[in-house]
Design a protein around this ligand. Sequence first.
Ligand SMILES: O=C(O)CCC(=O)C(=O)O
Ligand SMILES: [Fe+2]
Length: 339
Amino acid sequence: MSPSIPILDATFMAKGTAEERAAFGQKFLESMTEYGFVKLVNHSVPLPVVEDTFSKIKQFFKLPFDVKRPTINDPKKGQQRGWSPPGEEKTWWLESNTGDVESPRFSDNKESFDCGDPKDKQFPNQWPAESALPGYQATMDQFYYDCGQLCVNLLEVLAAQMNLDPKLFSSKCTNEASTIRINHFPPIDRQTLESGQVSRIWPHNDFGIISLVFPDRTGGLEYEDRENPGTFIPMPYNGDDEVVVIISETFQRWTNGAVRAGLHRVTKPVDMVGDVVPERWSLVYFCKADRHINVGPLKEFVGPERQPLYEDLTALEYQAMRNAVHYPEPVAEGVSVEA
Ligand SMILES: O=C(O)CCC(=O)C(=O)O
Ligand SMILES: [Fe+2]
């Protein structure tokens, strides 16, 4: 039987009896360790905020090209800001590149928009004109703070459950480098998606500490079955109040591989009918370590029997390195990697 990701009631993160809180912490860490994923209901990001953010992102992607163009992301900057036009980001390069494809043309059937801390001066956000989409920035800023707070609380539950200083992870994350990522997947014909040359998002791990995914009603998010590597299991949509929490690469590095990142991808919904894969959106919060923080293994996870598996790097260096992988330069002269 395929493993299914537990759904936990986040009410018991902070409220309830000591036993209820302990049971939440135990199941949360267990699920994150076993699968790399958990689903939460009754979490602290208010439903109206999620709904409002979803409604705004749908409007953002409908804006005319000329309004989106000034916000185009510069892949060379290391920290994503603004709009990545359709096909620009190529997640195939992250985990699917076996090195034996000479001139890969594999692309993502998606466009995205990234924004970060409203106070960030180093990598300022790039917004469309307020008159083009009134309230967009304010909505995203609210969503940013609410998700950041939930992530900090979740990191403290994880540390406490591991019998570590509860602030071990959260003290490395003031959310200065965390980002909101919104994705739009235009309709695509089933045959093209099934051709194997295009994916909505290829299998990948997220780069930060943990991620929150607020999925669209249209399914398509799938996670790897760790008992059968390379096999993916659909993550069903159950309701707008549900959020998927994913262990990401920084957490795997800090814990020296003890808690592994959850490999996931986005493809067609399992229940789709007809020849056209429907349009889809997703709303994601990548909780990332502060830029100067080391993302090598923490001393709590290394010892004579547990040699460090990962090199020391700052979070910013790591982010820039991983970003560069999925915004590749053309692979050879005359060969375009555009879709
Ligand atoms: O669209 C989704 O459900 C997940 C998106 C995702 O994995 C990502 O943006 O990294
Ligand atoms: Fe992801």
